[in-house]
Write a protein of this length. Structure first.
Lengths: 123, 381
């Protein structure tokens, strides 16, 4: 399994042609206490750069963008019930959705963990 | 996501905010902490459960000074619709500066010092973003013999929450004697301070005006108490929203009258009858016939917050009847809440409306303007 990161602070864990997508620990810390999560519908086709999900903190609403093309195959309904999980375990159990990749080649444009860490350092 | 905080003004507590890990953001020209490591949610709940310390030194502190109370109060009454003349020594009142059309230039606190030696003084606390506007409006009308002094050398701290009184009493025992909306000069650990029993959270608490040089010592003395946590602007906003209190520039502004803004409690009987203040004609008409639009509080079904700018509609109709002016998640209620303006016929408690968020309608119901009960300290008579 490989993990990729985007400049918009999403992570993707890829198994076969399905990527599990969430937001990074850096992103949750910037957002603050998450109070609401909206997930994409199953079967929805997304293109790279689309708004896939919404995450709201006490203070503000933010979008979760999808960094690859594909079809949504599952949403993490547990987040809808307990949005605070995004703050507690952002890079594991608090994944947002799974997407069936239509072009695995797009993963090449994303960062690996070391590159993402270096990127966050510059912010 | 890094906010530009250079070229911003700093309050006397700036270094303390940084030391405490405050996330500094620009607000009304100042670098202010939006939150500390505790986070907005816990800061909010801690203030409701125990006590929170807020730096509100960015707000404007000023004094009108004249020969006697009646002269100064008569002047201020030409700018505001509240009864200032009958304001007793040691009392504070919420009021608004009005423009010629009855719109609100700013909302502010006015207090008359308790000490007889300060006869002829009225102390003002105004919004940070409106300081210069307010001072210009007042200065342009100052009559001979009355002056406006502004205090750039004072900090303002707010200690709010059900434990505020117990904590404060350890440093300034006289503060316990104050009832809600009362003021007095006193010593806090030997520092001369001016204290009011009021705030912006709906909780019991104090605002403490302190010389800039002593601000950090006073703040640290309060924070040393385990019941007190430092609270940022984020929780200040969610606390005031739950308490149903207006935020200037959002819920009230130069276009909204006190009647539309549903803050006519700032207008006492004599002034309401006479209408002898700027925009009196409009305001009297609105009082008699009802305003065209009115600020309402909205409880939203579900978990999705509606933010400032969201359209308010009649459910199913595709036309906006109003707009959300403040909205967010209410940590005490665990639910989203909002305030906004609607035509008066839709302002009754229980009216079912819809707020448009990301193109979808969220059901919302008009509710009483205080989402959480206000817990101010009323002194036994």
């Amino acid at each position: 399994m490989s993990t990729y990161f985007s400049e918009d602070h999403e992570w993707l864990k890829v198994e076969g042609d399905v990527a599990t997508v969430g937001i990074t620990d850096y992103a949750q810390a910037q957002l603050g206490d998450v109070v609401f999560v909206e997930l994409p519908e199953n079967g929805k086709t997304l293109s790279k750069g689309d708004e896939a999900a919404v995450v709201e903190s006490v203070k503000a609403a933010s979008e979760v963008y999808v960094p690859v093309d594909g079809e949504v195959v599952e949403g993490n309904e547990a987040l809808v019930e307990e949005p605070g999980k995004v703050n507690e375990d952002p890079e594991n159990s608090a994944w947002f959705f799974k997407i069936k990749l239509s072009d695995k080649g797009q993963l090449e444009g994303l960062m690996d963990e070391a590159a993402y860490k270096a990127y966050v350092e510059t912010l | 996501m890094v906010e530009q905080t250079t070229d911003l003004l700093k309050t006397p507590l700036y270094d303390l905010h940084v030391e405490l890990g405050g996330k500094m953001v620009p607000f009304a020209g100042y670098a202010m902490p939006v939150q500390y490591p505790l986070g907005i949610m816990k800061e909010h709940l801690h203030t409701r459960d125990a006590a929170g310390l807020f730096d509100v030194s960015h707000m404007g502190q000023a004094a009108l000074k004249g020969p006697d109370h009646d002269t100064v109060a008569t002047f201020l009454e030409t700018l505001v619709p509240s009864n200032i003349k009958e304001l007793k020594a040691g009392k504070q009142r919420y009021t608004v500066l009005l423009n010629g059309e009855g719109g609100i230039i700013d909302d502010l606190m006015v207090s008359r010092p308790a000490e007889p030696s300060r006869e002829g003084e009225l102390l003002l606390v105004v919004n940070a973003a409106r300081k210069s506007v307010d001072y210009d409006v007042i200065r342009a009308r100052l009559p001979e013999g009355i002056s406006l002094e502004t205090y750039e050398d004072k900090a303002l701290l707010a200690l709010q929450g059900p434990k505020a009184a117990e904590v404060m009493a350890l440093h300034a025992p006289e503060a316990a004697e104050l009832g809600f909306m009362s003021v007095a000069s006193m010593e806090f650990d030997g520092v001369a301070v001016h204290v009011s029993r009021s705030g912006y959270t709906g909780e019991d608490g104090y605002e403490i005006s302190v010389p800039a040089g002593a601000a950090e010592a006073v703040a640290k003395a309060l924070l040393a108490d385990e019941r007190v946590e430092a609270i940022g602007l984020g929780a200040r906003d969610s606390l005031r929203l739950e308490a149903g209190l207006c935020l200037y520039g959002h819920d009230i502004d130069e276009t909204t009258s006190p009647v539309e803004g549903d803050i006519t409690f700032c207008m006492q009987k004599r002034r309401k009858e006479a209408g002898d203040f700027p925009g009196g004609e409009r305001i009297l008409k609105e009082l008699a016939q009802g305003p065209k639009r009115k600020r309402v509080a909205l409880k939203i079904d579900g978990r999705a917050p509606a933010r400032e700018g969201a359209e308010i509609r009649v459910p199913g109709a595709d036309k906006a009847i109003g707009i959300v002016t403040s909205g967010g998640f209410a940590p005490t209620l665990g639910a989203p809440i909002a305030m906004g303006y609607v035509p008066t016929e839709f302002s009754e408690v229980g009216t079912e409306l819809a707020l448009v968020v990301r193109g979808r309608e969220l059901p919302a119901t008009v509710t009483t303007t205080t989402f959480v009960p206000q817990r101010y300290y009323r002194k036994p008579k």
